[in-house]
Design a protein around this ligand. Structure first.
Ligand code: REX
Length: 390
């Protein structure tokens, strides 16, 4: 284990962008939205670094070849890693390794759209079909419904990955257009009426990617780069679709087959075209912490759009969903904000405190292993609840 407390250098403090010049106005709360007492990072319990380390050890014992976490807490950084980045060479995993962040990408897509709302190029409550005429079969589906998984659009990945390894191998090298992915979804019945209950679907964030491209005239790659990656100096963050390689030093990803006892499948190289704006970004624990701290600190969108992002709908046990952002309620009563990610070979957790001053990113280089995914929740408990965590 490496655990260190260091003072932030200029490279990190440079990752601050100025507020957009947009007048902030108070956002109204959605029906059913909840208000809670929120602790600022200063009021959070001291992180339990030993507990964090123990969680990583547990995760490794549950079948992850490697696992790592980085905690940024005001001016200090703690990091920990155990196991390997590469089972072939035995190279140890390290927090400087890049990896596939899966659905944490959804926050990137939501941020771009909220900036476009700030720029008055998009209205959250306008129908998607206003911007993409004829795309969706129901004019009542709005941008907000899509970003909060309340569109009812079926998740095409359910069939695609019904059989984990054959499903993956069938798409590993494929390049899909957004429309092909949406059409797969539309061949199935919708799950809710527009604006109904939360129902997680990658299709929603494929539509988000289409909106970004239509409204800006640029690829999502260009928009992520110009609006997020470059202003925040995220030097280890990439969108390489349809390239199959992770640039530079990275953790290899190992997919767990459905049949118990069968060998892990190296899933590192893939187009991730099935995910694109719903899940194809590559990053590091440091960049993810910088990204979430900046976002929650109110320095990526106007305060008004950040409030829109945090209009919560119930989305399962102890969690709610906003616009591309999840809120999780921990055992000590503290809530954290971010996303999880699952692409073949990689499980990611990336969450921060309400004010963004404490952030935790963790990666296990395996997937399709529910035990590992559940145990990784323990990284949040140790990081934000400290020794109180049960
Ligand atoms: C795809 C299948 C799962 C993964 C998925 N991934 O929807 C998105 C994501 C991009 O990150 N979602 C997570 C595969 C859940 C999130 O939002 O937190 N599973 C695997 C299977 C199961 O193939 N049959 O585990 O690698």
């Amino acid at each position: 284990m490496v655990s260190a407390t260091v003072v932030r250098g200029t490279a990190v403090t440079a990752a601050v962008v100025s507020l957009l010049a947009v007048p902030a106005h108070a956002a109204s709360l959605a029906p059913g939205a909840t208000t809670r007492a929120e602790a600022s990072a200063a009021a959070l319990p001291k992180p339990d670094v030993t507990g964090l380390w123990n969680v990583l050890r547990t995760v490794r014992g549950q079948g992850a070849p490697g696992v790592m976490a980085r905690l940024d807490d005001g001016g200090s950084v703690h990091w920990a890693a155990t196991g390997v980045a590469d089972r072939g060479t035995g190279r140890k995993i390290s927090n400087t390794d890049r990896f596939r962040i899966g659905s944490v990408t959804k926050i990137f897509s939501a941020v771009v759209l909220l900036q476009l709302a700030d720029e008055k190029k998009l209205k959250l409550d306008a129908p998607v079909n206003r911007y993409l005429p004829g795309l969706l079969p129901d004019d009542r589906i709005t941008v907000r419904h899509v970003l909060s998984h309340r569109s009812g659009l079926h998740d095409y990945t359910n069939e695609m990955f019904a059989r984990t390894v054959p499903g993956f191998e069938a798409v590993r090298k494929k390049v899909f257009t957004y429309r092909q992915l949406v059409n797969r979804s539309l061949s199935k019945a919708r799950t809710t009426k527009p604006g109904g209950a939360y129902s997680y679907s990658n299709t929603n964030f494929v539509v988000a990617g289409m909106l970004i491209e239509k409204l800006t005239g640029h690829s999502v790659r260009t928009e992520y780069k110009n609006r997020i990656i470059e202003p925040l100096h995220l030097r280890d963050t990439f969108y390489v679709h349809p390239g199959t390689q992770i640039p530079g030093r990275h953790a290899r990803g190992y997919l767990t087959p459905d049949a118990a006892g069968t060998a892990l499948v190296d899933a590192t190289e893939q187009t991730a075209s099935w995910a694109q704006s719903a899940g194809a970004v590559i990053s590091t624990t440091r960049d993810l912490n910088t990204f979430l701290s900046t976002l929650l600190g109110g320095r990526l969108t106007s305060r008004a759009q950040l409030a829109q992002m945090q209009r919560w709908v119930p989305s399962g046990t102890k969690q709610e969903y906003g616009l591309g952002l999840r809120r999780r309620h921990l055992s000590c009563g503290i809530s954290v904000y971010g996303h999880t990610g699952a692409v073949q070979g990689y499980y990611t957790y990336a969450f921060a405190s309400k004010d963004g001053k404490r952030s935790l990113a963790a990666l296990a280089n395996t997937s399709n292993n529910g035990t590992v995914l559940n145990s990784m929740l323990g990284t949040l408990e140790s990081a934000f609840c400290g020794k109180q965590a049960k």
